[in-house]
Design a protein around this ligand. Structure first.
Ligand SMILES: Nc1nc2c(ncn2[C@@H]2O[C@H](COP(=O)(O)OP(=O)(O)O)[C@@H](O)[C@H]2O)c(=O)[nH]1
Ligand SMILES: [Mg+2]
Length: 298
């Protein structure tokens, strides 16, 4: 039933790709059968994550320019940040990347987060796998690195780039446990700021223990994304990491993360935080007990 769509998207038909993504994004009937037909494609997925405002979108934009200059085909997924209190997605990324929407070698899709478990789109892994079938040289996924989404991005990407900025000294300390662990490459963006070199030194010191146990070197690349500076160095670091990403042990770990996440999503699909909140509000009184309420949902 889905064979034709798959053949078209594999042939590079972008409309077919967009249709296939919508099929999966909206979990239309039969989408799982479509997923089961996907070939085992080996496109390297580059995850770009980091705090809001670090310059991730600007960096992705600069990276697209560097890659297309080398005639590479690039697919990009942007997961727009949205606050749990306000589910509207920001349109900034869309507007900024306008010039790429008509480029024949570039495909960009923005996904709104829908208050999923870790803040990423609930079907992000599946949609990335659809993108993998479409014959891109590189797939870039931009996500905001907050909370649980770090684990998701690690399961999603073969190479995880963590973007930080020079002034974020304290933030880097507190993010250490999450973002630091998943970084295959660090980008210190906004290197036009005066403290950039000192920050890079501090980051190296801070990462020294991790560098010793890591099986591969974790590159630190300085960029000024808004001036497209440092993108070639970043590209070199990405290529250098590709052979590491393809090692089987790591690959299987990533696939296990993906499988775990998809199973988790499936088991949680009937649980809606808004419904939980409504039930809590309706039942809240002096005798309220959260665990008794939870039982109603299990
Ligand atoms: N000074 C400076 N500003 C930058 C640089 N890269 C991005 N910015 C600015 O930082 C702001 C946030 O960038 P954006 O790409 O939207 O960050 P994101 O939230 O991580 O995607 C924007 O105003 C950018 O123009 C840089 O290298 N230097
Ligand atoms: Mg952004």
């Amino acid at each position: 039933m889905w064979q034709e769509l798959l053949i078209e998207l594999q042939a590079g038909n972008r409309k077919a790709l967009a249709r296939a993504i919508s099929l999966v994004e909206n979990a239309h009937e039969g989408y799982y059968d479509f997923l089961k037909q996907l070939p085992n494609a080996h496109t390297n997925v580059i995850g770009i994550t980091g705090p809001p405002g670090a310059g991730k979108s600007t960096l992705v934009d600069a990276l697209i320019a560097a890659l297309t200059a080398q005639s590479k085909k690039v697919g990009v997924l942007c997961v727009d940040p949205s606050s749990p209190f306000n589910l509207g997605a920001l349109l900034g990324d869309r507007i900024r990347m306008n010039e790429w929407y008509t480029h024949p070698d570039v495909f960009i899709r923005s996904l709104a987060t829908r208050g999923s478990l870790g803040g990423l789109h609930p079907k992000i892994i599946e949609i990335t796998d659809v993108m993998k079938a479409a014959g891109f040289d590189h797939i870039i996924v931009e996500t905001v690195g907050v909370g649980q989404s770090e684990i998701e991005i690690a399961g999603l990407a073969d190479t995880t780039v963590v973007v930080v900025v020079p002034e974020a000294g304290d933030e880097v300390q507190t993010m250490k446990a999450g973002l630091m662990e998943i970084a295959d490459i660090f980008v210190v963006n906004k290197a036009d700021r005066p403290d950039a070199d000192m920050f890079v030194r501090n980051l190296r010191l801070m990462m020294a223990p991790a560098f010793q146990t890591a099986k591969h070197e974790i590159a630190i690349v300085k960029t000024v994304a808004s001036r497209k500076e440092g993108t070639n160095e970043l590209y070199a670091a990405l290529l250098a990491h590709q052979h590491v990403a393809k090692q089987n042990e790591r690959k299987f770990w990533l696939l296990a993360e993906r499988a775990y996440h998809i199973i988790q999503q499936d088991r949680m699909k009937d649980i809606d935080k808004a419904v939980l909140k409504k039930s809590i509000a309706a039942q809240y009184n002096d005798q309220f007990n959260l665990y008794a309420l939870i039982e109603q949902f299990q």
